[in-house]
Design a binder for this molecule. Structure first.
Ligand SMILES: Nc1nc2c(c(=O)[nH]1)N[C@H]1C(S)=C(S)[C@@H](COP(=O)(O)O)O[C@H]1N2
Ligand SMILES: [Mo]
Length: 234
């Protein structure tokens, strides 16, 4: 029951500040949401390794940790709507025909790393090896960080420029970048390239939206023509 002259209580001030902050986030481009959510990580508040730019990249982890799995015990599962569920070791992945790509890596928040060399196997090859059913609609990706997920339609997943990557810049993929194995979706913003990949689940129907899609970003994250961007118009 505040009356004229009563000092505004701390709780109310904090409430106003919180409302202001929400207004800022809701009122600006959706990308602010991601920067805002990641800010504690980028500032190093959580004390994890890789808060700062590492090499040419920034390191993102929504769990505030760098999950580590060593190359010997690592297994990648491919299951779901397939004829032959698989569990492959890193050696087995590396024995498959490799694909190399050199592409810019672009985060939806605006930073871009030009000409990054990647190596890995085509996701399509793994899907074939597991006998993904021809009528499967989508592919869902799981991370051993226990939280982050992503998904692609089957048409997207079968593109030549979508890799299950184990090398970056000619080195084994380091843990901070999602090693030993991450997804690399070259034509889309960085958030589609799920780090610490340990399970590829083929789904009969459409897959649930990924981590950032659930938080307002586009599920189809084409660089230059998603998330309110239209490079052709600029
Ligand atoms: N598991 C997991 N994968 C993730 C993320 C994450 O937080 N957790 N961040 C995504 C985002 S928004 C970007 S831009 C890239 C960043 O890759 P980097 O950390 O190797 O630079 O990873 C993507 N994959
Ligand atoms: Mo990102």
């Amino acid at each position: 029951m505040a009356t004229a002259g009563t000092p505004i209580g701390r709780r109310i001030v904090l409430g106003l500040l919180a409302a202001g902050a929400l207004g800022v986030v809701a009122g600006t481009r959706v990308q602010r949401g991601l920067e805002w959510a990641l800010a504690p990580i980028l500032r190093g508040g959580s004390g994890l390794a890789g808060l700062l730019p590492v090499g040419r990249f920034r390191i993102y982890s929504v769990t505030g940790a760098t999950p580590v799995r060593d190359r010997v015990t690592y297994r990648l599962t491919v299951d779901g709507f397939v004829d032959t569920p698989l569990q492959v070791t890193l050696d087995e992945l590396e024995a498959m025909p490799p694909t190399e790509l050199v592409r810019d890596f672009q985060c939806v928040t605006g930073w871009r790393v030009p000409r990054v060399p990647w190596a890995g196997v085509r996701l399509a090859d793994l899907l074939d090896r597991a006998g993904a059913r021809p009528d499967a609609a989508a592919v869902r990706f799981h991370s051993f960080d226990g939280l982050y997920t992503e998904s692609l339609t089957m048409d997207q997943a079968r593109r030549d420029d979508v890799l299950v990557a184990y090398e970056m810049e000619h080195h084994p993929l380091p843990s901070v970048h999602g090693g030993p194995v991450r997804l690399y979706v070259a034509p889309m913003y960085g958030y589609k390239s799920l780090k610490w990949l340990d399970r590829i689940e083929v789904t009969e129907g459409s897959a649930p939206p990924g981590y950032w899609a659930e938080r307002g970003y586009d599920q189809d994250a084409w660089v230059g023509r998603s998330n309110g961007r239209d490079d052709a118009a600029t």
